[in-house]
Design a protein around this ligand. Structure first.
Ligand SMILES: *[C@@H]1O[C@H](CO)[C@@H](O)[C@H](O)[C@H]1NC(C)=O
Ligand SMILES: *[C@@H]1O[C@H](CO)[C@@H](O)[C@H](O)[C@H]1NC(C)=O
Ligand SMILES: *[C@@H]1O[C@H](CO)[C@@H](O)[C@H](O)[C@H]1NC(C)=O
Ligand SMILES: *[C@@H]1O[C@H](CO)[C@@H](O)[C@H](O)[C@H]1NC(C)=O
Ligand SMILES: *[C@@H]1O[C@H](CO)[C@@H](O)[C@H](O)[C@H]1NC(C)=O
Ligand SMILES: CC(=O)N[C@H]1CO[C@H](CO)[C@@H](O)[C@@H]1O
Ligand SMILES: CC(=O)N[C@H]1CO[C@H](CO)[C@@H](O)[C@@H]1O
Length: 863
């Protein structure tokens, strides 16, 4: 009954589907589009695409992430291009390391996948300043993203730079390369009205300029209803099934799908149940229209391309956008921040992608025909000929399951689900029935059985206490409070605002009120910490009000204003200010005194930054002190130690939960900003969120009342055997001795839960034929170790009936047949195994089991 899980079969299937001329070297392809799809070499294609932003991981990890993307059923990798890092100074380009765009595109090509290059150059992407270089802001007379000659000139220059770089490397499809699509601007339609008529002219100009660059591949503008021909306007959002392009000659494309949502400091962790994600994708391909507009827009319906944030990654260093975007950009994506597959999301989407591909010939042949099947129930049928079709059956009711009759057969449709029938008869996939393998927890490092940690408690720590206030000769004095970004030019997160206040004779008690446009501030009076204030992602403004007692004579006031990522989104986001904008001494006997406009002395950055304490070259410098007792809970202090990296090849994570807020570096590489002291609100979370009903970024959240992020990714490529340098700059106060360095050990827990009425595995079907050959008619429990070097070593649970609990905590139900010894025989010692779900077992109690839809649950360990 049992047979080895045939990984080769999956790979072969993918190769059969994906095989096309574009990745044969030297073979040039033409890419165009019609109202139905992208057309490659004359053939309409259904393309599944996922975004992977190259600098959010390391070049060493690109091949594996792309391999997992391909194995997950993607055809296309989509990425933004990050102008600010590619041109840090005007005219000085950088395309190396994590920013080696050519190498990234070639890595995708080598894997046999295609590329959608979103050049922008505006990226948004929760990236610092939306991807615009800071110097752009200081070009006299410039206005971003509107009909401004200076901006347009720079934008055109950068677009041309990237297009020419790709041409020189022969990376466009017409040159035998993988790039089949390019994007100009990004989501401008969301903000266009704020720019008035110059905004409309800018859209026209951007389209014309893009076309003039002669990429030979189509251009898209996402979220841009007025995209001029021939630019394709595409949809971004949680659901795109209702979207229609602005011309009947353009295909329907979904360029941003939110597989989850990004994380901001002070917020709970957003996630999106895979059943809802799969539902939205299947709906997109199915095209459910509402009654009113369905017929009207029928001729425009078409599919081609949709994109999920397939891998989010990490906002290393100071690349995070803002305000207050967190360092982890995990996004609840199918591949997690550390490059591991996230189950069951990855597997369920892989199954969905396969099911869609089984329908490809039908999808590209015709527009769908709608058949109403009942209230909130409908079928969309794609006919190739009058008796050959593929169908999508949808139940978009968010509460009620339903039974429907379609072409004479009866089908069960769970609420908020779509079933895919590539032959109009057999259900190969239902979005709500997750038969894919599962993992016990949300990422590799929270699966307790598989982490290994190195404690830094006994490490040799050194420290450097940062100056409070003006520390250098490059400070300057101005009357009034300066805007921070204009002053620091984003060379540092920090700006000191210092002034003096001379007391009046006996009037010494009152309040100090500080107002800030964002993002965080520490206030020191007479060099002593008085207060802390901070905003959040949705409202970065804040104020600090503290009772103060002035000393006799001269009192010093030092305010350290800090940025946590420059704004990346919204109309005119580039001129939104930050920093301290009002300081008032209030409640004193002689009334309030606004000291905002008096003389202030400014210092950009911290002394430790200026010295370069984060650098390896200063590791042994005498700036670092060393003593018997490590100072803890100090604000504005630098810490340094070395650690031996845990063995293995996998990524590392720093557990910084004992720290407050700051930045970390390993061997001089910026790990990013950390802020475990910022807890999310105590309420509003649902650990097991209902997948049914419309979702948005805050529908499903976890970890309320807890730090937003405690684990920080350290890529394996950034450490070596021997001593690795760890430097932290702590702003609020923490205890570095409690830091641990985590990695995965060899053990991994995997699970599968399949019910007797689930469909058989989707790869039991032969693609693109209406004589679907079922090699396997029963549903199957399938297990496979993520790492091919590992084998299934033990079975923790194997039961058939109505097991309770979840992966990691299964318990027998009252209807229960213990399948452990059977599963052990079938699976232990193998890389993977599959076991058909039987419908009978002598062990089952007829009374307790009657009327139940029985489930088969297995939990195994790979090591
Ligand atoms: C555009 O590029 C193609 C292929 O590189 C080339 O054949 C064609 O002449 C170019 N057209 C223009 C207008 O530059
Ligand atoms: C303010 O600073 C300027 C120099 O920037 C100086 O000339 C002026 O005297 C100062 N004013 C006061 C009141 O200290
Ligand atoms: C920054 O300076 C520019 C002039 O260089 C000015 O137009 C702009 O308003 C300033 N930004 C803020 C937020 O104060
Ligand atoms: C610092 O000193 C240690 C021990 O003496 C040495 O191994 C290391 O190479 C030195 N690092 C630098 C950057 O000089
Ligand atoms: C991180 O460290 C804290 C203690 O500082 C501990 O409670 C927590 O479980 C650790 N997290 C992980 C994932 O190891
Ligand atoms: C697909 C992707 O790159 N992610 C986008 C998700 O949504 C946010 C918010 O609009 C965008 O800024 C991201 O770029
Ligand atoms: C400069 C000034 O006014 N200093 C005064 C501060 O307050 C004390 C008494 O509290 C006076 O003695 C100082 O002259």
């Amino acid at each position: 009954m049992a047979r080895g899980f045939n990984r080769l079969a999956i790979v072969l299937l993918c190769v059969l589907i994906c095989e096309c001329s574009w990745f044969e070297e030297g073979r040039c392809s033409t890419v165009s589009y019609d109202h139905r799809a992208l057309v490659i070499d004359g053939k309409r294609r259904v393309l599944l695409s996922g975004s992977v932003h190259y600098p959010r991981t390391t070049p060493e990890m690109w091949p594996e992430i792309i391999r997992l993307s391909k194995e997950g059923g993607l055809d296309v990798i989509e990425t933004y291009v990050f102008w600010n890092n590619h041109e840090p100074e005007r005219g000085q380009y950088y395309f190396e390391g994590r920013f080696d765009l050519v190498k990234f595109v070639k890595t995708v090509q080598e894997a046999g996948l295609l590329v959608h290059l979103r050049i922008g150059p505006y990226a948004c992407a929760e990236w610092n300043y939306g991807g615009f270089p800071m110097w752009l802001h200081f070009l006299p007379g410039i206005q971003f993203r509107t009909n401004n000659a200076i901006f347009k000139n720079e934008m055109k220059r950068f677009l041309a730079k990237v297009v020419n770089l790709m041409k020189e490397e022969r990376l466009f499809a017409s040159q035998g390369g993988p790039i089949i699509l390019a994007q100009v601007e990004n989501e401008y339609g969301n903000v266009e009205s704020s720019y008035g008529q110059p905004g409309e002219l800018y859209v026209q100009w951007a389209a014309k300029t893009a076309v003039s660059l002669n990429t030979t591949v189509p251009w898209v503008m996402c979220a841009q209803g007025d995209a001029p021909d021939p630019i394709i306007n595409t949809c971004n959002g949680f659901y795109c099934d209702q979207f229609t392009p602005n011309s009947p000659s353009k295909p329907k494309m979904w360029t941003e799908n939110y597989s989850g949502w990004f994380l901001s400091f002070g917020y709970p962790i957003p996630y999106r149940p895979v059943e809802d994600l799969a539902f939205s994708v299947a709906r997109f391909f199915e095209y459910g229209g509402t009654f009113q507009n369905y017929y009207m827009f029928l001729s425009m319906f078409s599919i081609v391309l949709y994109v999920v944030q397939y891998f989010g990654g990490t906002n290393f260093g100071r690349t995070a956008g803002g305000p207050l975007v967190a360092t982890s950009y995990d996004y609840d994506a199918p591949i997690d921040e550390y490059g591991f597959i996230r189950q069951p999301k990855w597997g369920h989407l892989r199954d969905l992608h396969k099911a869609i591909k089984l329908c490809e010939e039908y999808l590209i042949s015709s527009d769908p025909t709608l058949e109403k099947l009942g209230r909130n129930l409908e079928a969309h049928v794609y006919y190739k000929s009058s008796n050959s079709c593929a169908a999508f059956l949808a139940n978009f009711d968010s509460i009620s399951d339903a039974r429907v009759t379609f072409k004479g057969n009866e089908y069960f449709l769970p609420a908020w689900s779509v079933s895919i029938l590539p032959d109009c008869k057999n259900v190969v996939f239902n979005t709500a029935k997750v038969v894919s393998q599962r993992h016990p927890a949300e990422n590799a490092f929270t699966r307790s059985t598989s982490t290994h940690e190195v404690s830094l408690a006994t490490s040799d720590w050194s420290w450097y206490q940062e100056y409070v206030g003006i520390w250098g000769t490059n400070s300057f004095t101005k009357s009034g409070l300066l805007e921070q970004i204009n002053t620091t030019k984003d060379t540092s997160d920090f700006l000191w605002y210092s002034t003096r206040y001379v007391n009046s004779t006996e009037d010494r008690d009152g309040f100090l009120n500080v107002q800030s446009m964002g993002h965080v501030a520490l206030v020191f009076v007479n060099k002593k910490l008085l207060g802390l204030g901070y905003g959040n992602h949705d409202d970065e403004k804040f104020s600090i009000a503290q009772r103060i007692s002035l000393e006799e004579g001269i009192n010093t006031l030092d305010i350290l204003s800090m940025m946590v990522g420059l704004q990346n989104y919204g109309p005119w986001f580039d001129v939104q200010g930050a920093g301290i904008d009002e300081v008032v001494l209030a409640g004193f006997m002689n009334g309030n005194r606004d000291i905002s406009s008096q003389n202030w002395t400014y210092q950009v950055g911290l002394k430790g930054e200026h010295l370069g304490l984060d650098k390896i070259s200063l590791a042994n410098s005498s700036y670092w002190s060393h003593g018997s007792s490590l100072p803890v809970a100090n604000s504005l202090i630098w810490y340094k130690t070395t650690f031996l990296s845990p063995q293995g090849k996998g990524p590392l994570a720093l557990n910084l939960s004992s720290m407050g807020k700051g930045q970390a570096w390993v061997n001089g590489h910026g790990i990013g900003r950390y802020w475990p002291a910022y807890l999310s609100p105590p309420t509003g979370c649902t650990e097991n969120c209902d997948y049914r009903g419309n979702h948005d970024s805050s529908t499903c959240q976890r970890k309320c009342g807890q730090p937003t992020q405690t684990l920080y990714h350290v890529p394996r490529a950034w450490v070596h055997s021997g001593e690795n340098l760890l430097v932290l700059h702590e702003e609020l106060g923490g205890d570095p001795s409690k830091i641990t360095v985590l990695t995965q050990t060899d053990a991994e827990v995997i699970c599968s839960v399949v019910s007797e009425d689930d469909p058989p595995p989707v790869d039991s079907w032969k693609p693109n034929t209406n004589e679907l050959v079922s090699r396997q008619s029963q549903p199957e429990v399938r297990l496979a170790c993520s790492d091919e070097r590992r084998l299934i070593s033990s079975i923790n649970f194997a039961g058939f009936g109505n097991p309770g609990g979840n992966c990691g905590s299964f318990v027998p139900g009252d209807c229960h047949a213990d399948m452990s010894s059977f599963v052990r025989k079938a699976c232990v010692g193998k890389k993977g195994c599959s076991i058909p779900v039987m419908t009978e077992s002598e062990e089952l109690d007829d009374g307790l089991c009657s009327g139940l839809v029985k489930r088969f649950a297995v939990e195994a360990v790979c090591s």
